[in-house]
Design a protein around this ligand. Structure first.
Ligand SMILES: [Fe+2]
Length: 183
């Protein structure tokens, strides 16, 4: 499977959304592979990580975020579950779960209920090794700002996550520790 073939089914290759999605996806994929390669003893599935990291944000196209070139009807918060639906239709259920579970350090059922998020009330948390690696890698790159290829500093990531609760920072730090990223 070539993830670019799937992306190009849903995105106009001349569009801003395509440019942002692909640039971001390439950065996250590179970081995810770096993390994965640092833990050979855990035997991560590198091919799957490469494919799924490229596709993790495919759902943004159906959300309304004009600054990302996305003019869909749905709120951005739903990009993960939309991506899941898209990839399930493509016959990729395992990749689809990456879409749903990659946001931040995961969104719990409790987060969804407490914050009134426009999401079905279920845990959307990375569970497998590959899900954990891709979600962690995604934190290092933004889809907005001047240079999408610039890796975020740990302090910036932690500050961003702290807005959703200190427990998110604790979880991020635990992920960094597990994969040998210095905190
Ligand atoms: Fe992402």
């Amino acid at each position: 499977m070539n993830p670019m073939d799937i992306i190009e089914k849903y995105y106009d290759t001349d569009s801003k959304a395509y440019e942002i999605l692909v640039q971001h996806a390439l950065c996250v994929t590179k970081k995810a592979l770096e993390i994965a390669e640092s833990v050979p003893e855990l035997n991560p599935d590198l091919r799957f990580i490469e494919e799924a990291a490229m596709l993790h944000d495919i759902g943004i196209i159906r959300t309304h975020v004009p600054e990302l070139g996305c003019f869909g009807k749905e709120p951005y918060a739903k990009h993960g579950i939309i991506g899941r639906e898209m990839l399930e239709k493509e016959g990729l259920p395992k990749h689809a779960l990456i879409c749903e579970r990659h946001t931040g350090v995961g969104i719990t059922k409790e987060d969804i209920e407490k914050q009134g998020l426009p999401l079905p009330a279920r845990d959307m948390i990375p569970l497998t090794l590959e899900e954990e690696i891709i979600a962690l890698a995604d934190n290092f790159y933004s889809k907005s700002g001047e240079d999408l290829t610039k890796e975020k500093q740990l302090s910036t990531i932690r500050r961003g996550l702290s807005e959703y609760g200190q427990e998110k920072v604790v979880k991020f730090d635990a992920g960094c520790k597990k994969f040998g990223i210095t905190i």
